[in-house]
Ligand binder design. Structure first.
Ligand code: AMP
Ligand code: GLY
Length: 417
């Protein structure tokens, strides 16, 4: 197996694959210090599509699992399939659902999938009229990949206006969206032309600060299953959002084979709206979702990569999972890197569940010292019979970690608890 990427998501995927009796070797490109201890890392950037395909060929891989969106948008899945290597992750055209928010909006509108109304703005002269059309708060979205940080939500007209001006001048176009209020949840759907399977729903915490304050991040913590996604709501999501999308994707020339991440807003009358689609597993949602897959992870991913998900029969655990992200000083702005990390306990073993540290932005210095190398450094993940138990396990691992200047949220899971 080759897992592409080097975050906490990829550490979680690698752990799941290593545990599969069907898997021989697991390789990562580039991986991190955590994956180095369970698999083989290769010093190949996750943005170098050509080198990644060469690596998969030289390792004689049976499956390439792509973590981040960048290489998918840049055609990694197209190249793997052209080389005859099954790939978990959609081709570049399918990846445009995440690569371009405008394209995703147009697809949703054509399919009548519930989502926020929007204005496409391609000239500064349209900005005032567009702002007048929606009540505050305003939601401004750039139409380019910016690691989950290209969205401004604000009730200050000046701030919304300047974000719109900046979008027009940087990218030529920018979106202004109607604000959706409610509770967010993430549904990861394993999807190919044969059908689809939804994994247990999770809830991320996008804001950097306690009580959902401060700027948006890639995600500061998550838990699963998310009780806001009731069985009734799941059925609405399937009927209104997943089925029409599956039907449309299946009618395209090249089948979509991978994870369709449905970012949901659930309003006060329990109706779901799509905030965004991603074309990959979520990070940190994967850290709490993969451990709840009781059946063989490899079999599920391989089934999707070969267009057979309808014939796979994944089983899910009834446990609860929570993950808490430790971020570097400065994150989500430019992070301080290269500082030593000490981890008192890498895991807590328990018969049912336990806890472990998922590495993300970590590396080994020349002297072997574990050091920080990114914004989100690691995530402490607990698995328990209840969400409260999962929380206790995750935070007790976090208590034993030190990294100068780092920060984490102490309120992950507050909505459910
Ligand atoms: P996105 O990158 O589209 O997921 O947006 C990042 C975050 O901004 C989301 O997780 C929401 O918290 C928030 N957001 C995005 N679009 C909207 C919207 N239309 N209404 C309310 N909040 C939104
Ligand atoms: N946690 C949000 C994302 O993966 O996009």
């Amino acid at each position: 197996m080759l897992v592409v990427g080097g975050g906490g998501r990829e550490h979680a995927l690698a752990l799941g694959l290593v545990a599969s009796p069907s898997v021989g070797e697991v390789h990562l490109a580039p991986g991190n210090a955590g994956t180095a201890s369970i698999a083989t890392n290769h010093d190949v950037s996750d943005s170098d599509v050509e080198a990644l395909v060469e690596l998969a060929q030289s390792l004689d891989c049976d499956l390439v699992v792509v973590g981040p969106e960048g290489p998918l948008v840049n055609g990694l899945a197209d190249s793997c399939r052209a080389a005859g290597i099954p790939c978990f992750g959609p081709h570049s055209e399918g990846a445009e659902l995440e690569g371009s928010k405008l394209y995703a909006k147009q697809v949703m509108n054509n399919l009548n999938i519930p989502t926020a109304a929007f204005h496409l703005i391609d000239s500064a002269s349209q900005i005032d009229a567009a702002l007048d059309d929606f009540a505050p708060p305003w939601v401004v979205k750039r139409d380019v990949l910016v690691g989950g940080k290209g969205v401004v939500v604000t009730s200050e007209r000046e701030e919304a206006s300047s974000a719109l001006h900046e979008g027009v001048s940087l990218d030529g176009v920018v979106l202004l969206e109607e604000f959706l209020s409610g509770e967010e949840a993430s549904m990861l759907v394993m999807l190919d032309e044969s059908g689809w399977v939804a994994l247990p729903a999770s809830q991320d915490h996008k804001r950097v600060g306690e009580d959902d304050t401060g700027p948006n991040t890639g995600g500061m913590g998550a838990y699963a299953p998310a009780p806001v996604v009731t069985e009734e709501l799941r059925q609405k999501v399937f009927e209104r959002i997943v089925d029409p999308m599956h039907e449309w994707l299946t009618a395209q020339d090249t089948p979509y084979r991978g994870c369709l991440y449905v970012g949901l807003m659930i309003d006060d009358v329990n109706d779901p709206y799509v905030v965004e689609y991603n074309v990959r597993f979520g990070d940190p949602e994967t850290q709490v979702t993969v451990p709840l897959i009781e059946s063989d992870l490899y079999e599920l991913l391989y089934a999707v990569a070969t267009g057979n998900v309808a014939y796979s029969n994944p089983r899910f655990s009834t446990a609860h999972a929570m993950t808490v992200v430790l971020a570097s000083e400065g994150y989500p702005g430019p992070p301080r890197k290269g500082l030593p990390i000490t981890i008192e306990h890498a895991m807590i073993a328990q018969e049912e569940g336990g806890a472990f540290v998922h590495h993300a932005g970590t590396a080994s210095a020349d002297n072997g010292q574990l050091v920080s190398s990114g914004g989100r450094v690691l995530a402490c993940t607990g698995i328990g019979a209840t969400l409260g138990e999962a929380r206790e396990l995750a935070y007790s691992l976090m208590d034993g970690i030190s990294l100068e200047g780092s920060h984490y949220r102490s309120d992950i899971g507050y909505r459910a608890l």
